[in-house]
Design a protein around this ligand. Structure first.
Ligand code: TRP
Length: 391
């Protein structure tokens, strides 16, 4: 099978990227023809204002890929913008893609929401909502130990809620002025390139006539559109494109250290490129079962984020003991976290060692070679498409 997938140039990766994507890629490269690329054009569809880090992020990310086990001998690792055929095919496929297919795409709304957060709206909302959070804190129905943490989480959630109201149209966009937000903020996320995101993504996949695309669940609507575009091309002109299948990444439950989705913007990640001490200190600050206040209180491992980490990073025997000893009250959270820190670091150690050996020039060479190989395959398919179209 030929397998293709891409990742936006987010820079240094965390363990969420490993379990959410790269681990699966590494397994697939064993028995398949695999192509993995840095989706730098896709980065522009959303963060076109902030272009300062694309190149640096590309190199950092690919270095982490290789450290995590992607093998440039087995997989073609390349950069989207270095294979111009993606763009050429995207232009063609855009001609036959009905606008309505893009408008109903659920990821569109979701991403729009995230975008709105990323652009300055989030900060402005936060400033406005902060006084409200003080009031909530003073009237909190539960006793709170850590005032700052309480306020941070409350502010994030409230801000989220308000942005959702905006995206869903519950807050009239015309009233944005009263909220001291410019209409421009909203329109800045409303570009042609962002709207056409799925067409570009379809081209990334179809230009290689891939059989399978490993992705997370959030990307399924995009794969569905890709299949629809392939069918439409085949129906209109000639049977040429395969209908690529999504290969769902089975992700173990791995949240951020604060129990929310792991994300750099929440500052709750475990990075590949951090020291063992940094990792240990993050683990020691992790939230545990809130009802286990004193060491000998009985705990509820199934509701504890630290325990869900243990299930991934600790051997089965120890996990079973931890479960029993936590429940009985024998094991305290501090001890439990120390074990986790040790196991997490042991797991990351070989990846970190390897990462240290990978220099920027090596990554440049890997990509140069990958770009060349990807171009060869893409060219063949693009030539065929142009032939079919009589161009
Ligand atoms: N949209 C994907 C994401 O945000 C990245 C991506 C771009 C991709 N093109 C692709 C993934 C093609 C798979 C195949 O994660």
């Amino acid at each position: 099978m030929r397998i293709v997938s891409g990742m936006r140039p987010t820079g240094k990766l965390h363990i969420g990227h490993f379990f959410g994507a790269v681990k699966n890629w590494v397994e697939l490269q064993k028995d398949n023809e695999t192509l993995f690329f840095v989706a730098d054009w896709h980065a522009l569809t959303t963060s076109y204002k902030d272009i300062s880090k694309i190149k640096e992020n590309t190199l950092e990310m690919v270095a982490d890929w290789v450290a995590m086990g992607l093998d440039p001998e087995k997989s073609i690792l390349f950069v989207q913008s270095k294979v111009k055929y993606h763009a050429e095919l995207s232009l063609i496929l855009g001609m036959i893609t009905p606008k309505s297919w893009l408008e109903i795409n659920p990821t569109y709304k979701d991403t729009k929401y995230n975008l709105l957060k990323i652009h300055h709206v989030e900060k402005e909302y936060k400033d406005k909502l902060a006084p409200l959070v003080d009031i909530i804190f003073k009237n909190s129905p539960v006793e709170v130990e850590d005032e700052k943490m309480f306020k941070d989480i409350m502010l994030d959630s409230l801000t989220d809620a308000f942005i959702k109201l905006l995206v869903e149209g519950v807050i009239d966009r015309e009233k944005l002025g009263e909220l001291n937000l410019s209409k421009r903020d909203f329109y800045e996320t409303d570009t042609f390139g962002f709207f056409g995101y799925p067409v570009l993504m379809a081209s990334d996949i179809l230009i290689y006539n891939a059989d399978g695309v490993p992705v997370g669940e959030d990307q399924l609507p995009h794969i569905e559109i890709t299949r629809e575009i392939a069918r439409r091309f085949n129906y209109l002109y000639k049977e040429f494109f395969k209908e690529p299948k999504a290969i769902l990444t089975e992700t173990p439950k791995l949240l951020g250290t604060d129990g929310r989705k792991m994300s750099k913007s929440y500052n709750n990640t475990i990075m590949i490129d951090e020291t063992e001490e940094e990792t240990a200190s993050k683990v020691m600050k992790m939230f545990t079962d809130p009802t286990k206040l004193r060491k000998n209180d009985p705990g509820h491992p199934e509701e504890c984020n630290v325990f869900s980490y243990h299930k991934i990073f600790t051997n089965t025997d120890d996990v079973n003991n931890i479960e029993l000893d936590c429940k009985s009250g024998k094991l305290g959270c501090v001890e439990c976290k120390k074990m986790l820190a040790k196991n997490l670091n042991a797991f990351l150690s070989p990846i970190r060692e390897k990462r240290k050996e990978i220099k920027k020039d090596m990554v440049r060479d890997i990509l140069e070679d990958g770009n060349k190989r990807a171009n060869e395959i893409a060219k063949q398919n693009m030539d065929a498409v142009n032939e079919i179209l009589g161009l």
